[in-house]
Design a protein around this ligand. Sequence first.
Ligand code: E4P
Length: 215
Amino acid sequence: MRFFLDTANLEELKIGASWGILDGCTTNPSLIAKEGVKFEDRVREITEIVDGDISAEVLATDAAGMLDEGRKLAKIHKNIVVKVPLTRDGIKACSVFSKEGIRVNVTLCFSAGQAILAAKAGAYVVSPFVGRIDDTGADGMQLIRDICLIYKNYSFETQVLAASLRTVNHVIDSAKAGAHIGTMPFKVMDGLFSHPLTDRGLEQFLKDYNKAFSK
Ligand code: E4P
């Protein structure tokens, strides 16, 4: 399973990259807005930190505008994956991009039917939003399981990028379901390290060693 950070914050990305387990990054207009910086500038800065896929989302809502923006984004760096929303225009743009060899992340996926459309349009990855489905009272993780099963049934090459992961268990359950990638906020990735028995065990090891050899 590849691990992506769902952030446009450079400090978080630097720490994630220093751990050696960071495979990529996803951004969206809200995450960029939170940083208060110019979109293309921030995407360029991210390419200098993250050695892996970097999703950059178009702002246009019509296919022609998405194609124009996406082609420019793809030229910034070879690792850029153009992110388009799962709308009729987004799927139309995705079909064209995939024929041009531009990799696409189809985002805002909330149903298995939508995920089939993304795969048929040649998307590189599809992003089902687990947490936002949970917010409605439905089971977001079931969507990950359904899409993984359908893609396997038809040998679709599109990868499942489990998104809107809010907890460590979301990451673990996505891995169990067979999601190819999980994108998560920094605090969730950091949380994967934590276990009280690890802390207690380490403390005890050092205490025992120091007791025996410190005199
Ligand atoms: C995915 O690419 C999105 O940026 C993200 O996962 C959305 O997560 P949220 O629902 O926690 O905002």
